[in-house]
Design a protein. Sequence first.
Length: 64
Amino acid sequence: MNKFIEGVKAFLKEEEGLTIVEYAVGGSLIAAGAVTAFGDLGDSVCAQIDNLSTALDAGSSDSC
């Protein structure tokens, strides 16, 4: 039982595992930020395409 407790204490004191978790959390935050940024960029591009389409449709009907 003492070896088990000593093993658990050694595991908790090990800092390498914490470093891996910190990198994983940091990478997750960066990925979430990138997804949000690209989502907003996609919405903006879509709105601009809609505006161009509307302008071209309005221009087409004026020339007829």
